[in-house]
Design a protein around this ligand. Structure first.
Ligand SMILES: [Fe+2]
Length: 499
């Protein structure tokens, strides 16, 4: 397949500002936050496949604002249905967006990107971009997503794929001491969005979406169209209401049934159904070659104990994939990895320890449906695990899996707060300084450089952080070295391990 495609998965640290501009209806001197973006959508009325369509969305951080128009042409936008005006004191407007044109949003200073139906050449893939904002993670100094979005925007991509989990700070694991439903079997459903208390402090709310996604993503939102997948943090028990309001690509403007793309009213204390929403897979067909298939795996428990009906639902979804794929080949974007490995050992027996190999439900659904993924699927993309991992297989029927879940969490052992302009200028002196990045996975036979899982190495994040600060003479080195015989002189002191 003669084509060049850039697949960029990065993780850096820094700060990006939200867009603060006056909306069309703002009184003189009044300023409101607003964010504009373009979502790629399946154009069929059943929401499953092509033709490729795009939707312009504008979020205005004020309730009941008149929708702006898109120009040239002063094309109208219409409001999306607000799932809870009490906690989402915002206006979300949308319009079908033309292919091949760049429009701006009247009065808001927002320019939306041009969308092409041609196969994208440069693609940014991110996942798990939220920030915990607790004792485990300081969102001011230890959150890579703002700088990641800024750096990614500077690469001028054709497409951004987000693999889900946008909202960590607004999705606690427990509410009132009870574990919130997370996709696995429970006899008593617990949700953070009580149906009879729309003002509850635990309810999914705009402020968390704003702080965990929109302000950080702002530079990248206007740079390219986006494809959004739903993570487990966007389950209906958690930030699902906001996900369907802001990001889900289906719309009544495309003739699609809104009942399929929203969270039902939540009822506590009994079986998970009917509290859940399973969005059917859909395909985005580009002009030739690639069909990008998006699968909602939010309800696919990581261990073999899904909720009742989930395995049957996912089995039927995999069985239907061949009918969705219209191009020569497909990528499958879904939040939970079909094949992700947790541990750093030479050999892993997934059958003996299913918890180390995600995802039990998706794997079983493939076995029960087609036996393997459709041959046209050449690359499954997923997040969920907070690492970068590439998994290859000897057997046929399993294309290489990429796991890209490094967008929001602080990686173990990083001192990301050390990456400041002053510190780098002091250490490197000039933007032209040649920087060669080695990481632990570049060394063998050294107690000083314990072997690390390549996916846990800091090469990627270091490269991107340096690039973002203007250092472009940076190289990530490939060879595996023995420090005892390498021609590179390493600084430091040898230490003996204590018995
Ligand atoms: Fe996740």
């Amino acid at each position: 397949m003669a084509m060049t495609r850039w697949l960029v998965a990065v993780s850096v640290v820094g700060v990006a500002l939200g867009i603060v501009t006056p909306p069309a209806s703002a009184a003189p001197g009044k300023k409101l936050e607003a964010y504009g973006y373009v979502v790629l959508a399946p154009g069929s009325s059943d929401g499953s496949s092509g033709p490729l369509q795009a939707l312009a969305r504008v979020v205005i951080a004020a309730p009941s604002e008149p929708c702006p128009k898109l120009s040239p042409g002063h094309r109208p936008m219409t409001p999306r249905t607000n799932p809870n005006p009490t906690t989402f004191a915002v206006t979300v407007c949308e319009a079908v967006y033309p292919i091949g044109e760049s429009l701006h949003v009247d009065g808001l200073g927002i320019t939306l990107p041009k969308v092409s139906s041609k196969q994208p050449e440069k693609i940014i893939v991110v996942g798990d971009t939220g920030c915990l904002n607790n004792s485990d993670q300081d969102c001011k100094t230890e959150w890579p997503f703002p700088a990641l979005a800024k750096a990614a925007a500077s690469l001028h991509p054709d497409l951004v794929i987000h693999l889900g989990d946008y909202n960590y700070r607004g999705t606690p694991r427990t509410v009132n001491g009870q574990q919130v439903y997370n996709g696995c079997a429970v006899t008593s459903y617990v949700r953070q969005n009580p149906e009879n208390d729309p003002g509850s402090t635990s309810w999914d709310r705009w402020e968390n979406w704003r702080d965990d996604f929109f302000r950080a993503a702002a530079p990248l939102l206007e740079e390219a169209p986006w494809v959004f997948t739903r993570g487990n943090h966007e389950l209906c028990s958690q930030a699902g209401p906001g996900y369907f309001f802001f990001l889900d690509p289906h719309s009544t403007l495309l003739g699609q049934d809104p009942a399929l793309y929203q969270c039902p009213a939540q009822v506590n204390g009994s079986a998970p159904f009917p509290n859940l929403t399973f969005v059917a897979p859909y395909a985005l067909p580009f002009d030739k070659g690639l069909s990008l298939v998006v699968m909602d795996s939010a309800n696919a428990c990581d261990n073999p104990t899904p909720v009742t009906n989930a395995l049957a639902i996912y089995t039927a979804q995999f069985a239907g994939l061949p009918d969705l794929i219209q191009g020569q080949y497909a990528w499958l974007a879904t939040h939970r990895p079909i094949w992700g490995v947790r541990v750093n050992q030479p050999s892993v027996d997934c059958a003996a320890s299913s918890g180390t190999c995600l995802n039990a439900v998706l794997q079983e659904a493939i076995r029960a449906s087609l036996g393997e993924l459709p041959p046209a699927v050449t690359l499954p993309l997923a997040g969920h695990m907070h690492l970068f991992e590439a998994v290859n297989f000897d057997s046929v029927g399993r294309p290489p899996q990429l796991v890209i879940g490094t967008g929001g969490v602080a990686l173990a052992g990083t001192s990301v707060s050390d990456f400041t302009a002053d510190n780098l200028a002091r250490a490197l002196r000039s933007p032209d300084t040649r920087v060669l990045i080695y990481c632990n996975n570049n060394f063998v036979d050294s107690p000083a450089f314990r072997t690390k899982l390549p996916s846990a190495s800091l090469n990627l994040s270091t490269w991107v952080a340096l690039h973002d600060y203007g250092y472009r003479n940076v190289y990530e080195l490939a060879p595996i070295l023995d420090p005892a015989t390498s021609r590179i002189a390493f600084e430091g002191t040898s230490l003996s391990l204590q018995p």
